[in-house]
Ligand binder design. Structure first.
Ligand code: ADP
Ligand code: MG
Length: 652
């Protein structure tokens, strides 16, 4: 028997641990199971080197809970420990490791979190347990088994004991706050979270339930089977049929909770599409099929494996929110560690396993780590390569996916200029014919008609009137209807100095104008019409422009300068429009374009004072507004009344 004090001397180490790691108490499961995996791995290595004969029974880890006893045990059949090893690895290393860990971080603010809390190791058991015991027997012949016990993580006692099998059993006597971990569903949930892909099979047993002897189990199942058959199908099956059925039915062998070889660990050439999809369903519980995926597989200069999926997103209903799970040698670390994975990639779903990551450092240190930066750049590059490769060799697929993936790509371009550089030539846009074209293709096609102007549509329905005009004139525009398009347009303008984007209703292109009016006539018309319209509409400072448009059926059009509209949208976004509505009201800076070739406009010009002129002016104005944006409630009421009035004339 040996007693001693552990080297941890700070008496308030528990409060520190508890406060500090409060939300992540469950990581003790990961730590103890991964120690079991390590113990098995060590033994496997020894047997590879011929220093240990491969055992008949398979390597495994067993987790057993008893809610009655409030205990949880972890058993492995790995390398085990001798008495000296317990002394060294548990009493000295495990505890000094924990001490160093806490010493380093206890004063740091909570935002200085340590990724995955690596370093606490075995000691993490004391986050949830008052008492921890170890029973261990080394693989070495002739070594005694050892029993070790420690209360509150401060004093321990050690003695020889009887243990039949090689390996280690660790028992936690849970503290009051942690009884939840003795619950079958809770512990399975935690194992699933951290250990789904650990390299040794993990089995669970609920010690409170009567354990079935495999032999009894067979009898049980048989009996049930016979009575079921008798109940459900009395006349159709004779006793012979029953016999065959009972023979086939063997008790199911218990299944491990984990998968020991995750798909990412396999070579991409050995994985089928079905396997990728299955893995996706299993890990992300997403039953929509992913669009496509990228299998990362790198050995040099660092080791990194993983699979990134492009999920099918319903932009209308789903959040653009993915999950990237980070693993370290098949041990789950955490989701969405933005220090390692570029932010825009968080929109994807995937697993990344990088054994080389220094995870026992703080987040801020990780952020400034050149190595981590390299990893992050590598992932970004791989994603860009995959996308540009698809553009070049499978353009049809690329176009098919574009609607789903473009918010992701645009977000990536906005967040990471390197990604923009790689992707800018592979961004495509739907044009007015519903075809996908690139920006250079658009500019090339419109070289003569609109030079470096890029016209775009943000709402195909609302802007249909303008679209029709464009189509009639053989002009094209890009459909850019997503929220992210607005900042993306700004980015494109910054990166392509001479290119400017105009919403399709921002200005009237010269292409629509037929024979130009002389300056004099234009001014005369403008003055006259402005006065008549202002009077009819009861408005001041109406901005009127008179053009002789080719299409004489077009009477009135509203345009709003791009700059003003963008400013207005920005104000709205920041909630500033409410401050002074007159300053940034709807339609700020808009121009009413009147077609001097249209007979209604001509009528107003020639008859400024006739009875019907005011009605025509109001109607022409409302029609122009309607083709541009919804009418206000008040204007709509008037518009309907006036329209009825006009129709009434037809009945006379
Ligand atoms: P780490 O795993 O990072 O070395 P831990 O605190 O988790 O730190 O464990 C300390 C040491 O205790 C391990 O390195 C190992 O030598 C020993 N150990 C812990 N658990 C086991 C086990 N189940 N079987 C054999 N050795 C173990
Ligand atoms: Mg460990």
């Amino acid at each position: 028997m040996k007693n001693g004090n552990l080297s941890i001397n700070s008496e308030n180490i528990f409060p520190v641990i508890k406060k500090w790691l409060y939300s992540d108490h469950d990581i003790f499961v990961r730590e103890l199971i991964s120690n079991g995996c390590d113990a098995v791995t060590k033994l496997k290595k020894l047997s590879l080197m011929g220093e240990f004969d491969e055992p008949d029974e398979p390597y495994r880890i067993d987790v057993t809970t008893s809610a009655n006893d409030k205990t949880i045990t972890f058993t492995d059949n790995g390398i085990g420990m001798t008495e000296e090893e317990v002394e060294k690895y548990i009493n000295q290393i495990a505890f000094s490791g924990a001490e160093a860990f806490l010493e380093q971080y206890k004063d740091k603010a909570t935002e200085e979190q340590i990724i995955g809390h690596f370093g606490l190791g075995f000691y993490s058991a004391f986050m949830v347990a008052d008492k921890v015991t170890i029973e261990t027997k080394s693989y070495k012949d002739g070594e005694d088994a050892v029993y070790w016990e420690c209360k509150d993580g401060l004093e321990y006692s050690m003695k020889k004991c009887i243990k039949a099998d090689r390996g280690t059993t660790i028992t936690l006597y849970l503290n009051e706050d942690s009884y939840e971990f003795a619950n079958e569903y809770r512990i399975k949930e935690v194992i699933d979270k951290y250990c789904s892909f650990m390299p040794v099979e993990i089995y669970y047993t609920n010690a409170d339930e009567p354990q079935e002897d495999p032999k009894d189990a067979t009898v049980d199942v048989d009996a049930k089977e016979v009575s079921d058959t008798a109940d459900n199908a009395e006349d159709s099956k004779g006793p012979d049929a029953d016999d065959t059925k009972t023979e086939e039915k063997k008790p199911e062998a218990p299944k491990p909770l984990n998968t020991t070889t995750p798909l990412w660990a396999k070579h991409p050439n050995d994985c089928t599409d079905e396997e990728y999809k299955e893995f996706y369903r299993k890990v992300f519980h997403d039953y929509k099929e992913p669009l496509f995926w990228i299998h990362l597989n790198m050995d040099y200069p660092f080791n990194l494996k993983g699979i990134l999926y492009f999920p099918k997103i319903n932009t209308q209903y789903d959040n653009l929110e993915g999950t990237i799970k980070l693993y370290n040698n098949q041990v789950f670390v955490a989701d969405n560690i933005k220090e390692v994975i570029p932010e825009f990639l968080m929109l994807l779903k995937g697993c990344i396993d990088c054994p080389d990551l220094p995870l026992n450092v703080s987040r801020s240190a990780l952020q400034n780590d050149g190595f981590v930066k390299k990893i992050s750049d590598y992932i970004t590059k791989k994603v860009a390569d995959k996308l540009s490769g698809m553009y070049k060799t499978h353009r049809e697929d690329y176009e098919k996916y574009w609607d789903d993936i473009n918010p992701f790509i645009k977000f990536g371009c906005l967040k990471d200029l390197k990604f923009l550089d790689k992707m800018k030539d592979f961004c495509i846009y739907k044009n007015l014919d519903g075809k996908y074209i690139t920006l250079p293709e658009y500019l090339e096609a419109g070289k003569e008609k609109y030079e470096n102007k890029v016209f775009y549509v943000t709402d195909e329905q609302a802007q249909s009137q303008y679209i029709n005009m464009f189509k009639a004139e053989g002009m094209d525009a890009l459909i850019m209807t997503q929220t992210i398009d607005s900042p993306f347009i700004t980015l494109l303008e910054q990166k392509n100095e001479n290119v400017h984007f105009y919403r399709i209703d921002a200005e009237l292109s010269d292409n629509f104008v037929g024979e130009e009016l002389s300056e004099e006539t234009a001014k005369e018309y403008k003055d006259k019409l402005t006065a008549t319209f202002e009077k009819a509409l009861d408005m001041k400072n109406l901005n009127v422009k008179v053009e002789s448009l080719k299409d004489e059926n077009t009477s009135s059009i509203l345009t709003q300068p791009e700059e003003t509209r963008r400013m207005q949208e920005m104000m709205k976004m920041y909630g500033m429009a409410g401050m002074d509505p007159s300053m940034f009201g709807q339609g700020e800076g808009e121009t009413l374009i009147l077609n001097s070739n249209n007979k209604l406009v001509k009528y107003v010009l020639d008859n400024p004072d006739s009875d019907n002129t005011a009605t025509i002016c109001c109607q022409l104005y409302d029609l122009a507004v309607l083709a541009n944006r919804p009418l206000s409630a008040e204007a709509m009421t008037k518009f309907i009344a006036r329209s009825n009035e006009i129709l009434g004339i037809l009945t006379k």
